[in-house]
Design a protein around this ligand. Structure first.
Ligand code: NAG
Ligand code: NAG
Ligand code: NAG
Ligand code: NAG
Ligand code: NAG
Ligand code: NAG
Length: 473
């Protein structure tokens, strides 16, 4: 009995909370008030509707749509395409949606394919009508009928393009996510086409389970996302174990196409041994038949932003690397945590840029037997490197999601300051020939220098941690 009372009180306080914290550009329907189709702006205020939209027509359309949405039950078959998908009006191709508290306050972000790329990315038989997002009037409608405006950003940086849509969470959606830990259903509505009376897209969003444990020396947590994997699972364990040794506490695998059992086996072992250490984000769009504009990539710029929005709330530092890239703190620093603590403390900065130090073959046109042996760790196979760091692109970076808004593969593009650390303190060891023979600047015959530092400092420890991982008990 007292439990029922408790729930009742909880419900009442929540309702009061929602109605008293009601300042934002958001609307909620009072479903108990009957709705007259001849409402004026005044009568709408009395039924709980605060007008959103620029014109009366738009306000009416949104009001109607919000009533429709609020009436749908959670399991209703509404025929509205679900993310990832092309929107019903063909104007948007949305790959993912996630909520975040650090991004412009409490908001929801949709990651979409850049409009001019849609024709290339979609299969030929699917008709789309790409429109840049600022040519559209878009709104988020939550399942209680609350409506918030969508803000848009088209990011274009060389051949890296992505568009983002951002809407504030209504108080209802905010409580569902962060107080009640519920999955929310959100609809994207468009008033661009006047005769479309229902939303164009829907997504289900939940808060990722918070499982990042801060490293003990500084209360900072460091997370690494992989670039979308192309069947490179065999290099994953050593990459994770190395980065675990230098202080990373969470790893996110962007799984695109790995259908072989190996990746699943690895993920299962990690889940058993170190619960919460490794997450998999499904990043395959095969059922939609999508191809990236660049054949060598798989929606990597979109994945970068997905990682920021999905994990930015949980981690003080984030990065996205390929499996042939290793972040190496140099003596006296043993971990990235020590390095960052000693050099930046709690200074407010955006990112730390890391120029690639190419590790290449002794002879560019062939592997030595030692370099060829993939039973050895990558950091053991290669010990010849370019004399200097490569400073014309190909860098990667660690960033503070709190202070960074938009990203490119090689550096943050909008956010607070980019730091360029001393090459004596930290490096990005880039094993360019890990997978196939490749010649890089500074890697020609007679140009390289021998450097066994990474191998000597880490190889044995990585082997020990791999043995511990693989040992069943
Ligand atoms: C939230 O719900 C998920 C299941 O959807 C559960 O695994 C997780 O532990 C919950 N988190 C909290 C803080 O209750
Ligand atoms: C945590 O702190 C202890 C004592 O200072 C240290 O020995 C240990 O290596 C630290 N662990 C990590 C993961 O930093
Ligand atoms: C990776 O994605 C593929 C689909 O592209 C799926 O079949 C496979 O089970 C996924 N692997 C893991 C470990 O999630
Ligand atoms: C991705 O792969 C998973 C697992 O194989 C599958 O359930 C899902 O439908 C795929 N998603 C897309 C968009 O292709
Ligand atoms: C590199 O390897 C190729 C193929 O084995 C060989 O022909 C060439 O002489 C080697 N170059 C050097 C400088 O050792
Ligand atoms: C190799 O380097 C030495 C000294 O740095 C130089 O004298 C020699 O000409 C170089 N050989 C080639 C083939 O470039």
């Amino acid at each position: 009995m007292s439990f029922v009372l408790f729930i009742l009180i909880l419900f009442i306080s929540l309702t009061v909370y929602i109605y008293t914290n009601y300042q934002f550009v958001t609307t909620t329907l009072n479903t108990h008030t009957s709705y007259s189709s001849q409402f004026s702006s005044i009568s709408r205020l009395t039924d709980g509707w605060k007008p959103v939209g620029h014109t009366i027509d738009e306000q009416n359309l949104l009001h109607d749509m919000s009533i429709v949405v609020a009436a749908w039950s959670e399991y209703a078959e509404d025929n509205i395409p679900k993310v990832p998908s092309l929107s019903a009006d063909g104007h948007l191709l949305v790959l993912s949606a996630a909520a975040s508290r650090i991004r412009y306050g409490v908001s929801l972000t949709f990651i979409t394919v850049y409009p001019t790329d849609m024709k290339t990315v979609l299969p030929k038989h699917i008709s789309s009508h790409p429109l840049s997002s600022n040519q559209q009037s878009l709104w988020c409608i939550f399942s209680d009928g609350s409506v918030t405006p969508v803000y848009t950003y088209d990011s274009k940086y060389g051949n890296e393009r992505v568009s983002l849509l951002d809407c504030p969470l209504s108080p209802f959606a905010n409580d569902q996510l962060w107080k009640l830990n519920q999955t929310i259903r959100v609809y994207l509505a468009s008033t661009t086409t006047k005769d479309r009376k229902i939303p164009i897209l829907k997504a289900f969003v939940k808060v990722p389970v918070v499982s990042v444990t801060p490293s003990n020396s500084s209360q900072e947590s460091f997370t690494l996302c992989t670039s979308p994997l192309h069947n490179k699972g065999k290099y994953l364990v050593q990459w994770i174990e190395f980065h675990r040794l230098v202080g990373f506490r969470k790893f996110i695998i962007y799984n695109t196409t790995d259908t072989d059992d190996y990746l699943s086996t690895i993920i299962n072992i990690y889940t058993q041994k170190y619960p919460g250490l490794v997450d998999v984000v499904q990043w395959n769009f095969s059922t939609l038949g999508l191809v990236d504009v660049l054949p060598t990539r798989y929606f990597q710029t979109e994945a970068l932003h997905d990682c920021l929005i999905r994990y930015g709330d949980q981690s003080e530092w984030l990065g996205m690397l390929d499996l042939d890239e290793y972040i190496v703190p140099l003596p006296p620093y043993e971990t990235i945590v020590d390095y960052v603590h000693a050099n930046f403390g709690r200074r407010i900065i955006g990112s730390i840029n890391l120029w690639s130090q190419f590790f290449c073959n002794k002879n560019a046109s062939t592997y030595t037997p030692e370099e060829k042996d993939t039973n050895r760790l990558t950091i053991e196979r290669f010990s010849f490197r370019a004399r200097n760091r490569h400073k014309r692109g190909r860098e990667k970076y660690l960033y503070r999601p709190r202070f960074v808004q938009y990203l490119s593969i090689h550096h943050q593009i909008v956010g607070l300051s980019k730091q360029h650390p001393s090459e004596k303190h930290i490096t990005l060891a880039h094993y360019v020939s890990m997978n196939r023979l490749r010649t890089m600047p500074g890697c020609g015959f007679n140009e390289t220098v021998e450097d066994s530092g990474v191998r000597n400092r880490f190889a044995n420890r990585v082997k020990t941690t791999i043995a511990t991982l693989m040992n069943k008990h």
